[in-house]
Design a protein around this ligand. Structure first.
Ligand SMILES: Cc1cc2nc3c(=O)[nH]c(=O)nc-3n(C[C@H](O)[C@H](O)[C@H](O)COP(=O)(O)OP(=O)(O)OC[C@H]3O[C@@H](n4cnc5c(N)ncnc54)[C@H](O)[C@@H]3O)c2cc1C
Length: 338
């Protein structure tokens, strides 16, 4: 097992922050992970698991072991006329996995095209976009308990998926290393184009007959127009979650802000657009010394040249405070802060 000491994490987080860690270890097999967690080094140091580093903000150096997940492999485990079961190793790149499924005509995750990161981090916050959440197609999450070294399996229910959350982001955070995920995908696609922007893009593209590839291409085109590419401007996508409020709170807000975008939820709550709330507080496009709020999407905080993420964290505090003062709503961060 190769151990790099005093390593820079700059290449391992999409904010491009130059945090350092005491030890950096890349894991290519579950055996080497087992070896690591039984080692003295592991027992004496805190650890942090990283996939693509596209949902983390480093505000300081990490004084311990950063484990980079590079487990690979995609396998069809079973199929019938309607569905196919796939096991994908956690270190596989998410978007490449989506493309692989599309090529094989396996439907269900095409709307989740171009989300950065790894397969293993997808269940962590139940990634979602354009009307689809990954929980809709996950049957099982396989993970090593980092205290016992035992492999455990979590059914979809046991993962306690919610909006941008799961057991792995809450009570089990940093206690399990997700090694692979089992998906059930459909051989007979039910296209989800309920998001207006997808339909519009498909029309613009002149698509007459829907296909998985066409939906994926439309999603890729929309995302490329809307979101900054981390290779050009450091960012971690949406920095905050969209808040959900009660009908009562919504009625109060609607009275004062008649244009407030709102999305009624099945549980009778109302989801609000965090980006709109932030924009109303005047943050959109604000630039400071090396960092700021993206000019097209107020939900995305960006890093132009910082080496340390603390100012971005401080900016997020100010945004939370101003949204609280104007709307009486507390925004929650989606990004994992270290
Ligand atoms: C431009 C951009 C657009 C984005 N768009 C979306 C979007 O549309 N929808 C969405 O949901 N997200 C989006 N994201 C956020 C991000 O891509 C996802 O959260 C993604 O799943 C993170 O994967 P990762 O491998 O980079 O995770 P990392 O950032 O490496 O890790 C995230 C968290 O998961 C933990 N973790 C990672 N791997 C494992 C593992 N194997 N076992 C246990 N814990 C683990 C880490 O410790 C950390 O706490 C976007 C990000 C960017 C930069």
């Amino acid at each position: 097992m190769h151990i790099e000491t005093n390593a820079s994490l700059k290449a391992y987080n999409t904010f491009g922050l130059n945090a350092k860690c005491k030890y950096l270890i890349k894991i290519h097999s579950t055996d080497s992970l087992q070896e690591l967690i039984q080692s003295k080094l592991y027992k004496e140091n805190p650890h942090l698991i990283l996939g693509g580093g596209s949902n983390v903000l480093f505000t300081k150096d990490f004084n311990g072991i950063v484990i980079i997940n590079e487990l690979s492999g995609i396998e069809k485990t079973s199929e019938n006329d309607e569905t196919v079961n796939i096991n994908a190793a956690a270190g596989e790149n998410w978007h490449q996995f989506v493309l692989h499924c599309i090529e094989n005509n396996w439907a269900g995750i095409e709307n989740l095209s171009l989300i950065p990161g790894t397969v293993g981090a997808a269940p962590m916050q139940n990634i979602g976009a354009y009307g689809v959440e990954v929980k809709d197609v996950i049957t099982k999450v396989n993970a090593i308990n980092l205290e016992t070294g035992e492999m455990e399996q979590f059914s979809n229910d046991e993962c306690r998926f919610g909006y941008r959350t799961s057991i792995f982001k809450t009570s089990h955070k940093n206690k399990y290393f997700i090694t692979s995920v089992d998906f059930t995908l459909s051989k007979k696609p039910h296209f989800n184009t309920s998001y207006g922007a997808i339909r519009q893009k498909l029309d613009e593209m002149g698509v007459k007959e829907l296909s998985l590839k066409a939906v994926s291409d439309a999603v890729i085109a929309i995302r490329t127009e809307k979101l900054p590419n981390p290779e050009e401007i450091g960012n971690a996508g949406s920095f905050f979650k969209n808040p959900t409020v009660s009908q009562e709170t919504f009625a109060r807000l609607k009275k004062n802000f008649p244009d407030i975008p709102n999305y009624p939820q099945p549980d009778n709550k109302v989801k609000l657009a965090a980006g709109w709330l932030i924009e109303q507080c005047g943050w959109k496009g604000k630039t400071f010394d090396g960092y700021g709020v993206h000019k097209n999407q107020a939900l995305v905080l960006v890093n132009y040249s910082l080496e340390n993420g603390q100012p971005i964290y401080d900016l997020s505090e100010k945004i939370i405070e101003s949204v609280q003062n104007k709307f009486g709503i507390t925004l929650e961060r989606e990004v994992n802060v270290y």
